[in-house]
Design a protein around this ligand. Sequence first.
Ligand SMILES: NC(=O)c1ccc[n+]([C@@H]2O[C@H](COP(=O)([O-])OP(=O)(O)OC[C@H]3O[C@@H](n4cnc5c(N)ncnc54)[C@H](OP(=O)(O)O)[C@@H]3O)[C@@H](O)[C@H]2O)c1
Length: 258
Amino acid sequence: MDKKNNPGTVLVVGATGSVGRHVVAEAVRQGYGTRALVRDPSRAGRLDPAALKVVGELTRAETLADAVAGVDAVVFTQGSSYGDAAAAEAVDYGAVKNVLQALGGRRVRIALMTAIGVTRRGSTHDWKRRSERLVRASGNAYTIVRPGWFDYNDDDQLVVTPLQGDTRHAGSPADGVIARHQIARVLIDSLASDASDHVTFELVAERGPAQDDLEPVFGALDKDPAGSFDGVRDQANMPAEAEPERVRRDLGALTPNR
Ligand SMILES: NC(=O)c1ccc[n+]([C@@H]2O[C@H](COP(=O)([O-])OP(=O)(O)OC[C@H]3O[C@@H](n4cnc5c(N)ncnc54)[C@H](OP(=O)(O)O)[C@@H]3O)[C@@H](O)[C@H]2O)c1
């Protein structure tokens, strides 16, 4: 595929969300054929009109065949209410599991949004971390973006600043801030970037203008270790063998030779 003149088709999961809407608009702006996954077409009214709305339920793999057919890339921005473990499993984790299942092993480029602080144990964010693990185990090219607090930044706080190792655990905007439109740009820019493949990072903004080109920013980051379920320098505080049986089964299905 000629990425410059024909970047291909991207599916946005969580398209009706506060970040997903920006992702849809950015994908259209960058020339992608853009599909927005929606469960309820009446909620799709504010989406960029150039995007194709595809109806599917991200919690049910059997409804996603049309959404994934022929796509080159998938961007995940879905999210459930914080603190609801069942919803976190069904939505945050389930969307990744179900899209991978619907793809049936066909390779696509993935960009997954989770959250800063995702490696701190004991909250429903554990399911976001497990969704990251599915992506790493899937064999696809990917970028995992863990944003800081949405839209707490000032107008002059736009320098795209990635961090690695997930060491900020205040659970407040003190951990870092980032604009929603910037998250969208980073997710969509990553799709055509070899430098951002197999890279996981937290995303915050520092004072100053946004960079014109994110390729050097991506290129300065460390890749995730080959074969690891976790991001580079993540705490080893979620042993795979202590995970719930169903999670081990999902990972095992993606990595049958390990
Ligand atoms: N707020 C922050 O500062 C911050 C920082 C870092 C990370 N995050 C994380 O970012 C995530 C997404 O944020 P957001 O503001 O974009 O969320 P949002 O506006 O609530 O959007 C969530 C998306 O997920 C979909 N979804 C939710 N529950 C669903 C279900 N049961 N079945 C099918 N689809 C479902 C929604 O679809 P519908 O429109 O159909 O409901 C929507 O497209 C959250 O999980 C949050 O933890 C937040």
